[in-house]
Design a protein around this ligand. Structure first.
Ligand code: ADP
Length: 492
């Protein structure tokens, strides 16, 4: 009887004014140095030009550490170290290379909490996501590729796969450790050596990885990590002794890279921007679809190149879906990235926040109707943006066309599947898309006609190391993950 009463009490008093108590992740076990150097040839090296920059916590605006800024001569040193290590590393039996990758994978798992906290401190993403997605997937990529290292002749039957040589790898700030894993694991498994340049706003987990590599006693020069901004990346791209460039970042920089290595014979894979359409058909399970849309654009602050930043909803269910979306948006918890209840953390940098704000203003100017939840953003000097939804935008409006890389969703409606396909494909990008429907036949119809490298059906933002990831058109070329990703690091 008492139980029943309690249940009812909970139900009766449930309303939208409730708040979770703070549940911050402990940071006592975390060690972040005041200053980090480059990791070159198995040791820590001060930058040749003596320059440093700050990496800040985007939730507070406070400096976390000083980071070495890489010059052309630092890149020269790193490429030389990688070249020296290439012979012995590529000559190592695959089984031995695999053991190193297994060790790395296991160590990432062992220290997962530390990596997750640092990822959230440096990047602003909710700890829930760092813990549940970034770090386990990073370990999974090393495990997966460790398994291939001694089976390359099975991966490419009847062929004789050889490593390319020294790979220059440049990564963005949205999934710092995971992107490092996506780049490093296939390169190392296939016998290449690497110079990795993390993004300037999120270098800490890559540097923690360097500490781990050092602790494990990895052969020197196999993995080199040089920190810096765009100039450092450009120096790596232009270095004459690089055999392959793997880049994840903006389409503009990707195009620049493509131009600058044209005619050099360097191999290239590019994973660039996106403007994915999430399409809800009228027969979809609406609550699940709404949750998928929220996950696709708002979790991780929309800092995902495959984010479902456009929603195409069938006209007959449009008002219902929008109402449910708004209701769900108003329950999202924005705030301290280290709090386990946080859904939406801090925007990665002041510059990115300005970009997002510029787009939001533009959306309103172009006639869109804006919805943001009531309530105030966290105090202090952090970078915050409310989840934002726009309706009433024309197909030609900037918010429908351009990648924003923030928690901003552009909603459009459609009547027929053909119209949905036309709208979804009417973009220079082609990275990802989502389809929500109860009918398998409709899934097949849509997925065969959508021009996107990754298409999810009745789910969104799901990743697996065995599943290739990459885009069409201005979203880049080449795949990461699976056999396709492996093949980007070998020649026959
Ligand atoms: P975002 O807009 O997401 O910051 P960028 O393309 O600017 O994406 O950055 C992605 C990565 O590319 C970062 O590591 C950055 O330092 C690097 N980068 C920026 N400009 C260049 C460039 N011209 N050449 C090589 N790398 C660059």
């Amino acid at each position: 009887m008492a139980k029943k009463k309690n249940k009812e009490k909970t139900r009766i008093h449930f309303d939208t004014d409730w708040k979770y108590d703070p549940a911050p992740e402990s940071v006592e076990h975390i060690k972040v140095n005041k200053q980090y150097e480059h990791y070159i040839g198995g040791s820590w090296k001060s930058p040749n030009e003596g320059k440093y920059f700050n990496t800040v916590n985007p939730a507070s605006g406070k400096r976390l550490a000083r980071i070495a800024s890489g010059s052309t001569s630092d890149i020269d040193d790193a490429v030389a170290a990688a070249r020296k290590a290439f012979g012995p590393w590529s000559a190592l039996p695959g089984k031995e290379r695999g053991k190193w990758l297994f060790k790395l994978a296991r160590q990432i798992q062992e220290r997962a909490r530390e990596f997750a906290v640092i990822e959230s401190l440096d990047g602003g993403k909710p700890i829930r996501e760092s813990k549940a997605v970034d770090i386990p997937l990073a370990a999974a990529h090393f495990f997966y590729h460790a398994g291939w290292a001694d089976k390359l002749t099975y991966a490419f039957p009847g062929r004789n796969p050889e490593p390319l040589g020294v790979a220059g790898q440049i990564i963005p700030w949205n999934f710092p450790l995971l992107m490092a894993a996506w780049k490093l694991a296939p390169a190392l498994a296939t016998g290449n050596t690497v110079v990795l340049k993390p993004a300037e706003t999120t270098p800490l987990t890559a540097l923690k990885l360097a500490e781990l590599i050092d602790d494990l006693g990895f052969p020197p020069g196999v993995i080199n990590i040089v920190t810096g901004a765009g100039d450092t990346g450009a120096a790596l791209v232009q270095h004459p002794d690089i055999d392959k460039i793997a880049f994840t970042g903006s389409t503009d920089v990707g195009k620049e890279i493509q131009k600058s290595i044209a005619g050099t014979g360097k191999k290239l894979t590019l994973e660039l921007g996106g403007k994915a359409a999430n399409i809800i058909l009228e027969d979809a399970a609406i609550d699940q679809a709404v949750e998928g849309i929220i996950n696709g654009i708002y979790f991780n602050q929309g800092h995902v190149c495959c984010a479902g930043s456009r929603l195409l909803v069938q006209e007959s269910i449009e008002s219902k879906v929008i109402k449910k979306l708004k209701d769900r948006m108003s329950t999202l918890v924005i705030g301290d990235p280290l709090d386990k209840n946080t859904d939406i953390g801090a925007i990665n940098s002041r510059a990115q926040l300005k970009t997002i704000q510029k787009y939001i203003e533009l959306g309103a100017k172009e006639g869109g109707e804006i919805f943001q939840c009531e309530g105030s953003l966290p105090d202090g000097k952090g970078f915050w943006c409310k989840p934002t939804l726009f309706t009433g935008l024309a197909q030609s409006s900037t918010l429908v066309k351009e990648e924003i890389f923030g928690p901003v969703l552009a909603v459009q409606s459609f009547r027929t599947l053909e119209e949905a396909l036309t709208k979804a494909n009417n973009t220079p990008y082609g990275l990802s898309a989502g389809v929500w429907t109860d009918k398998g036949a409709k899934i097949f119809k849509m997925t065969t006609k959508l021009k996107a490298g990754i298409i999810w059906a009745n789910t969104y933002n799901k990743f697996d190391p065995a599943s290739p990831f990459g885009g069409y058109k201005e979203s880049g070329f080449g795949r990461e993950g699976g056999l396709h990703g492996l093949s980007a690091y070998v020649t026959f």
